[in-house]
Ligand binder design. Structure first.
Ligand SMILES: Cc1cc2nc3c(=O)[nH]c(=O)nc-3n(C[C@H](O)[C@H](O)[C@H](O)COP(=O)(O)O)c2cc1C
Length: 362
C-alpha cells in the first residue's frame, strides 16, 4: 500500500510531531474544560417499568458505509503519523473489530506529506471486517484535490473518508490555516467522484449547525458527524500549546461551539431522514449514546475516553470501556421498552432548560 506524494505537499515531519504533542496534551491535560457541556444532561428518557422484552431480543445492529455494525458506535478519528500513534490506532482498531463497531484513523495529512508513514494508519490486517474511515482536513482536501484524497482512502483500504472541519482549532493554532474558502466545492467534487456513500463530513468538537448541514446536503453529502461541544476542545488543546495572544484568545473560545445534543436534534430536523447522522463530542456513556439515538442520531462516536483507556491499560482497558458502553446502551433500550434504536426514537423524552432553548432557537 503506497501513496504517491502530491508534488505541492512539503516533505517534513512537523505534522507528525504536532500529532504526538496533541496526544500528550489529550492524555494528561484538561482538554474538555468543565464549562463545556453536551447538554445531554438536560434531556431525560422516560423509564418503562414494563418493558415486555427479553434482553436477547434487543438488536443494536446498524448499517454504516455498506456494512453492518453490531452496535451503533464509532471510534472517531484521532491519530497516525508516528510510532506511538501507530500503536494507538492498531490496538484500538483491534478492539473495534472484536466488538463489530466502526473505527476512524486520525488526519492522514502526515501520510500525504510522507507516504512512508502509511503504515502508521494501516489497521486492515488487525481489523479486516471493521467499517474503517480515513481522515483529512478540509483545507488539505482543497490542496490535495479529489485524486489525492482518494489515494489516502484507498491507501489504507478504508470504506470511506472523513473530511474534518476545524476552523476554531486552526485559528487558535499560530501556524494554522486562515483561508477556508472552497470547502463546499471540494466536498461536492469528492461526493461526485467517490460516491456519497464513501464520504463523511465531520466537525471536531465545535459542532455542525443546521445551516451548514443543509448546505452540505445540497452538495450531495449523505453522512454527517456533528462532533459538537461537550468533550475534547481543539481550541483548548491549541490554546495549551500557544503563547501570548493566541493563548489568551484561545482561553476565551475554549467553550465555543454548538453543544452535541443541540447539534444532533437540530441537524436531524434540518436534513430529514435520508442522511446518516453520527453524534460525537463529549459522548461518555452508553446512556449518552441512547439519548443521541433518541434525538435522531444513527451512531454515537467517542474519541478521548477510548484514547485515555488505551493510555491507562492498553487493549484490556479499551475492551472494558467498550463493554461498559455497549452494556449501558442495551440497558437504556431495555428500560425504555425499545427493541431497536428505531423504536427508541419513537419513545417519549423530556427536554429541559438550555437544550430546549437551543432546539427552539435553531
Ligand atoms: C486525541 C484526539 C485526536 C483527534 N484527532 C482528530 C483528527 O486527526 N481528525 C479528526 O477529524 N478529528 C480528530 N479528533 C476529534 C474526534 O474525532 C471527534 O470529532 C471528537 O473529538 C470526539 O469527541 P470526544 O473526544 O469528546 O469523544 C481527535 C480527538 C482526540 C481526542
Amino acid at each position: 500500500m503506497s501513496v504517491t506524494p502530491p508534488l505541492h505537499m512539503p516533505v517534513d515531519d512537523t505534522t507528525a510531531r504536532r500529532k504526538d504533542a496533541h496526544l500528550d496534551l489529550c492524555a494528561q491535560e484538561e482538554v474538555a474544560p468543565v464549562e463545556n457541556t453536551t447538554l445531554f444532561e438536560q434531556m431525560f428518557l422516560v423509564h418503562c417499568a414494563m418493558p415486555e422484552l427479553s434482553a436477547d431480543e434487543v438488536d443494536l445492529s446498524t448499517p454504516l458505509f455498506g456494512k453492518r455494525l453490531k452496535a451503533p458506535l464509532l471510534v472517531t478519528g484521532m491519530t497516525g503519523g508516528t510510532e506511538r500513534a501507530m500503536q494507538v490506532n492498531r490496538e484500538i482498531a483491534q478492539v473495534a473489530e472484536a466488538f463489530g463497531v466502526a473505527f476512524g484513523v486520525g488526519s492522514q495529512r502526515a501520510m500525504a506529506e510522507r507516504p512512508e508513514l502509511t503504515k502508521t494508519f494501516a489497521v486492515r490486517d488487525v481489523a479486516p471486517t471493521t467499517v474503517l474511515i480515513g481522515n483529512i482536513g478540509l483545507v488539505q482536501a482543497v490542496r490535495l484535490g479529489v485524486d489525492g484524497v482518494r489515494r489516502l482512502k484507498d491507501g489504507i483500504g478504508a470504506d470511506a473518508i472523513a473530511v474534518h472541519l476545524n476552523p476554531g482549532q486552526e485559528l487558535t493554532q499560530p501556524e494554522g490555516d486562515r483561508d477556508f474558502r472552497g470547502g463546499y466545492e471540494i466536498i461536492g467534487a469528492l461526493v461526485a467522484a467517490l460516491g456519497a456513500e464513501r464520504v463523511l463530513v465531520k466537525e471536531t468538537g465545535c459542532g455542525l449547525s443546521p445551516e451548514v448541514a443543509r448546505r452540505l446536503v445540497d452538495v450531495g453529502v449523505k453522512n454527517l458527524d456533528v462532533s459538537g461541544l461537550g468533550g475534547t476542545s481543539w481550541v483548548r488543546v491549541e490554546q495549551l500549546r500557544a503563547e501570548g495572544v493566541a493563548r489568551e484568545v484561545g482561553a476565551q473560545f475554549s467553550s465555543w461551539g454548538i453543544p452535541t445534543a443541540a447539534a444532533v436534534g437540530t441537524v436531524r430536523r434540518a436534513v430529514g431522514p435520508g442522511v446518516t447522522l453520527i453524534a460525537a463530542g463529549g459522548m461518555r456513556t452508553g446512556l449518552d449514546v441512547a439519548k443521541a439515538l433518541a434525538l435522531g442520531a444513527d451512531v454515537g462516536g467517542l474519541a478521548l475516553p477510548l484514547f485515555r483507556a488505551h493510555q491507562e491499560g492498553g487493549v484490556p482497558k479499551v475492551h472494558d470501556a467498550m463493554t461498559t458502553l455497549v452494556t449501558a446502551l442495551k440497558q437504556a433500550l431495555m428500560l425504555t421498552g425499545s427493541r431497536t434504536p428505531a423504536e427508541l426514537r419513537t419513545k417519549p423524552r423530556v427536554v429541559t432548560g438550555a437544550l430546549k432553548d437551543w432546539m427552539a432557537s435553531l
